[in-house]
Design a protein. Structure first.
Length: 162
């Protein structure tokens, strides 16, 4: 079971740490966007359809997928926080139902969250909430956001085996 205490960063510490750095801190491990838009042919893909009340199952699914991909224990908490933030956004700001897919490419765990809602811009300056994508970006190796008439899709990449 996921334990928040196992995370390298809590959301509040990430937010305050970034604010100390001028509020524009990016992930030091940032790499060019991965371009992962779909699983490679033949790759095993795990799927989960969820709604707002299902977020505890989303977190457990994420934790199980991280362990299955061989993610180091000390990285699983951050992974679950990032997935939870994006999944929560999908069912609170997007559509009432969303879809999560995971697959592994070259040892990295890829997570895709899709909702069919209309895109809404990010938080206004000084806002207390609305920073889920930003937090997920800090915690992932790569985050790609695609929006269009078919909804919003967030694809994140995380190092798998340590």
């Amino acid at each position: 079971m996921f334990r928040e205490s196992s995370a390298r960063f809590s959301i509040s510490s990430v937010l305050s740490w970034s604010a100390e750095k001028g509020g524009r801190r990016v992930n030091e491990d940032v790499e060019p966007q991965s371009g992962y838009t779909s699983p490679p042919p033949g790759a095993p893909v795990k799927r989960l359809r969820f709604r707002l009340p299902d977020l505890p199952e989303v977190r457990q699914f994420a934790e199980d997928e991280a362990r299955g991909a061989g993610m180091p224990e000390e990285a699983i908490g951050d992974f679950v926080i990032a997935v939870n933030e994006v999944a929560t956004n999908a069912v609170t700001h997007g559509d009432e139902q969303a879809y999560l897919r995971t697959w592994v490419v070259n040892g990295d765990l890829i997570v895709e969250v899709h909702d069919e809602g209309a895109w809404k811009p990010g938080p206004m300056p000084g806002a207390v909430g609305g920073m889920g994508l930003w937090v997920a970006r800090l915690l992932s190796s790569d985050l790609t956001l695609r929006v269009g008439s078919g909804g919003s899709t967030v694809i994140m990449r995380f190092p798998g085996k340590g």
